[in-house]
Design a protein around this ligand. Structure first.
Ligand SMILES: Cc1cc2nc3c(=O)[nH]c(=O)nc-3n(C[C@H](O)[C@H](O)[C@H](O)COP(=O)(O)O)c2cc1C
Length: 323
């Protein structure tokens, strides 16, 4: 067992979190992670209506008695029609234990979370934003580096540097994400000053993830060179699998495209359909460089058990070489 400030604070057995994964963060995946002693997460924005969102939280509660998390991913600027404020209301009403926010500063929701004793994890890709997370009262900050799936930030700084620096900059506990998929990554994160790890990519290659099996097979057969960065030109950079769509987007960006032109190609709706149907080429597929470390589709419980066992073996070796 690895006991850290984060396992204590969140009342979880292992310092391992499944980060928000849009529509792939299903109640099945999240409950499997929480039941295995980690922190499983569903995404509010995967539910188009508040009724569906509320019902998902209730179903998740029926599948696990352990703490779980709800991710609220926000666009950099509030946009008309977004349900962010309403999602937070439901989160409080349904007594969700932990919230992960990403995308923009959640400061306006901090008082309601604090008064409901809901723990807030804010996920950021840069040191300055980690400082801000502490200032606004987040309980935990997650720092994600260049290797990560999804949004690595605009500055191209690796997890190795960011985690080390954030741990020296803030006093609140930190989750480290981006590039972590096994026990070695977990120990490295702890060595850098982290109190736990957040993973996305590793949880895609699990039995419980609902993505089409073609994606899981593709993932275990890929290497660390098979991802690329797109959407830099619209300041919403994404690390994704190299495929026809990612190359097309990159080409459009090279010749100077607009958000309007890109939207039909990068829309989440297209991604969702392709991921359900097994169309590997038809959409942007967010995935991280850890695909070079993942060789097997496993049940979630085994992913977590293996990580903890590997981490303990490494720590015992460290102990044996310490004079
Ligand atoms: C398929 C997929 C979808 C993701 N969607 C979201 C999301 O909607 N919101 C979010 O905050 N993070 C999202 N992430 C990022 C993860 O929560 C996590 O921060 C990241 O995957 C960690 O890096 P790793 O992939 O190297 O483990 C996604 C990751 C993956 C693999």
């Amino acid at each position: 067992m690895l006991k850290t400030k984060i396992t204590e604070l969140l009342k979880i057995d292992h310092p391992i979190m499944q980060g928000g994964m849009q529509h792939l963060g299903t109640i099945e995946l999240a409950s499997a992670v929480s039941n295995a002693g980690g922190l499983g997460t569903i995404n509010a924005t995967a539910y188009p209506t508040l009724e569906e969102f509320r019902s998902a939280i209730r179903s998740l509660k029926s599948l696990t008695k352990n703490p779980f998390c709800v991710n609220v991913s926000m666009l950099p600027n509030a946009s008309p029609g977004e349900l962010t404020a309403e999602y937070f209301k439901v989160i409080v009403e349904e007594d969700v234990p932990v919230v992960e926010t990403a995308g923009r500063n959640p400061v306006e929701y901090v008082p309601m979370l604090k008064s409901a004793d809901i723990k807030l994890i804010h996920k950021v890709p840069a040191v300055k934003f980690a400082k801000k997370a502490e200032e606004i009262g987040a309980d935990i900050v997650t720092i994600v580096g260049f290797e990560c799936a999804g949004h690595p930030g605009m500055e191209d700084v690796t997890t190795m540097i960011l985690a080390n620096k954030v741990a020296k900059t803030v006093k609140i506990p930190i989750f480290v994400g981006g590039g972590i998929a096994d026990g070695a990554g977990l120990v490295a994160a702890l060595a850098l000053g982290g109190e736990g790890v957040v993973m996305g990519t590793r949880f895609v290659a699990t039995e419980e993830c609902t993505i089409h099996s073609k994606f899981k097979e593709c993932l275990v057969n890929s290497c660390e060179n098979d991802t690329m960065l797109v959407q830099r030109s619209i300041k919403n950079m994404v690390r994704a699998m190299k495929n026809n769509t990612a190359f097309k987007v990159a080409e459009m960006e090279k010749r100077g495209t607009t958000l309007q032109e890109l939207l039909p190609i990068i829309s989440g709706k297209v991604g969702r359909r392709c991921q359900a149907e097994g169309d590997l080429e038809g959409s942007i597929f967010a995935i991280g460089q850890t695909i070079g470390l993942i060789n097997e589709i496993k049940p979630v419980k085994k992913v977590i058990e293996d990580m903890i066992n590997e981490a303990e073996t490494i720590l015992a070796r460290f102990n044996s070489i310490t004079k």
